[in-house]
Design a protein around this ligand. Structure first.
Ligand SMILES: *Cc1c(COP(=O)(O)O)cnc(C)c1O
Length: 469
């Protein structure tokens, strides 16, 4: 690889044409050291744009949950606030106020009880928010365990979660020395197995994580049922109760609008904290997440630091320090711009497109549907078994890419890894017209594959293809 960029590249450079009329564009881009000379802004812009040219179009990226469209007014507003550092709360007190308003709005959306004192913060995304939720559980557990006289050195603390966890929980456990007690998933249990979850809980359990929207399949853990078994457990273990953190990275800004009657949030007594990604169904460009605790007692004071604020002090608990305030401001823009009705309308449309796509894909006759968008608006399917089919889902991903669509194919997590699935995430900017275009392209791709002479793949082992976050 490095050879290509090495000193012996002079001949190659001679073939670079100055298409845009400036001699500096005749040179290859610096890849290893800061260039000696500067370029004009126009040239630098041109060269960097060209470098990005053959990358996928984000609107056609059906792999990501992250927002790929915001309104021009929101983008302008965010551009104008890029230079504000969100942590400088005394310099930008209105921005700090806007963050607090967002926390209020979100706590209300998730039914934080009136008689408790919720608290929360913005983060860079759900990964940081999950770190904070996990750390709070670890610190609070340690205090309870000490008071109960447990030997803290006898075992490492553990966290209980289903095998459908997102990688941030693996990071949490590695970074903070926590064992992960993984509740297996199988074909009968494609989410947290509530009947067996307590088998994984012991005195060293810092908490149980429920997932509102498993990243791989879009299924929800049954939080109400989990809350019930936890209530029962806590009656029997009053000194060392366990609590629930809900990883609602995707569902946190989706479920309240699409299934308001579904009870998964602070209405459940044992749910102490919830995180969500503002940049998923909160409809903001990447770079914002949220975590809220139902009551301050669940956020140990050691994790709260003070920054100066208008001559006074304001608590901060985020891990990151400096970052632009633009995403926060984009989130507040969306809240006041859309309101309950607007969010409901947007998510309902997204839901309808997902349901249409699921039905249309089922009709193709080649797929066994695994998730048909009835919860999160994502669709997963395997190939239906057929002896004489020569192509795989990886081949189908390749064909779809010829039309620009990026559709990931990957194996399911542990125990289910022999099942290779394809996943489509529907977002607000993926309208019905695009869905029709997609189905036209997919139908043609399947037809072409069925009539192609296929060279078999030698490597039969499942592989990952495309992002799965
Ligand atoms: C996306 C996702 C995360 C990570 O969120 P980021 O905002 O990308 O950091 C964590 N958990 C679940 C369930 C997710 O879907």
């Amino acid at each position: 690889m490095a050879m290509l960029y090495g000193k012996h590249n002079h001949e190659a450079e001679e073939y670079l044409e100055p298409v845009f009329g400036a001699p500096s564009e005749q040179h290859d881009l610096p890849k290893y050291r800061l260039p000696k000379h500067s370029l004009s802004p126009r040239e630098a812009d041109r060269l960097v744009r060209d470098e990005l040219l053959d990358e996928g179009n984000s609107r056609l990226n059906l792999a990501t949950f992250c927002q790929t469209y915001m309104e021009p007014e929101a983008v302008e507003l965010m551009k104008d606030t890029l230079a504000k550092n969100a942590i400088d709360k005394s310099e930008y007190p209105r921005t700090a106020e806007i963050e607090n308003r967002c926390v209020n709005i979100i706590a209300n959306l998730w039914h934080a009880p009136d008689d408790e004192h919720f608290t929360g913060t913005s983060t860079i995304g759900s990964s940081e928010a999950c770190m904070l939720g996990g750390l709070a559980m670890k610190f609070a557990w340690r205090k309870r365990a000490q008071a109960a006289g447990l030997d803290l050195n006898a075992h490492r603390p553990n966290l209980v979660i289903s095998a459908g966890y997102q990688v941030c929980w693996e990071k949490f456990c590695v970074y903070w020395d926590v064992d992960m007690h993984v509740v297996p998933m199988d074909e009968q249990h494609m989410a947290l197995d509530v009947n067996h979850v307590l088998d994984y809980v012991d005195e060293y359990t810092i908490g149980i994580v429920g997932i509102m929207g498993i990243t791989y399949t879009g299924q929800y853990d049954d939080l109400a049922a989990l809350d019930k078994v936890v209530t029962h457990y806590n009656h029997q273990h009053p000194k060392l109760p366990v609590y629930i953190h809900v990883d609602a990275a995707s569902g946190g800004f989706y479920t309240p609008f699409i299934e308001p009657q579904l009870i998964w949030d602070f209405r459940l007594a044992n749910v102490v904290s919830i995180n969500a990604s503002g940049h998923k169904y909160g409809l903001v460009y990447p770079g914002v997440g949220w975590v809220v605790w139902r009551d301050r007692q669940f956020l140990p004071p050691e994790l709260v630091f003070k920054v100066s604020y208008l001559g006074g002090e304001l608590p901060t608990m985020a891990i990151n320090f400096s970052h632009s305030a633009a995403q926060l401001i984009g989130q507040y823009y969306n809240f006041i711009r859309f309101g309950m009705d607007g969010y409901r309308e947007i998510q309902t449309k997204t839901h309808d497109v997902a349901r249409y796509l699921a039905a249309a894909l089922d009709k193709v006759g080649e797929f066994k549907m695994i998730n048909n968008g009835h919860q999160l608006p994502l669709i997963c399917y395997q190939l239906a078994s057929r002896e004489d089919r020569e192509w795989t889902l990886y081949d189908l991903s390749d064909r779809l890419l010829m039309n620009g669509w990026q559709v990931p194919t990957y194996p399911l997590p542990a125990n289910l890894e022999q099942q290779v699935i394809q996943r489509i995430v529907v977002r607000a900017d993926f309208g019905m017209n695009m869905a029709h275009d997609f189905m036209d392209d997919l139908t043609k791709a399947v037809h072409d594959l069925n009539h192609a002479h296929i060279v078999y793949h030698h490597d039969a082992a499942p592989k990952k293809y495309g992002f799965t976050h």
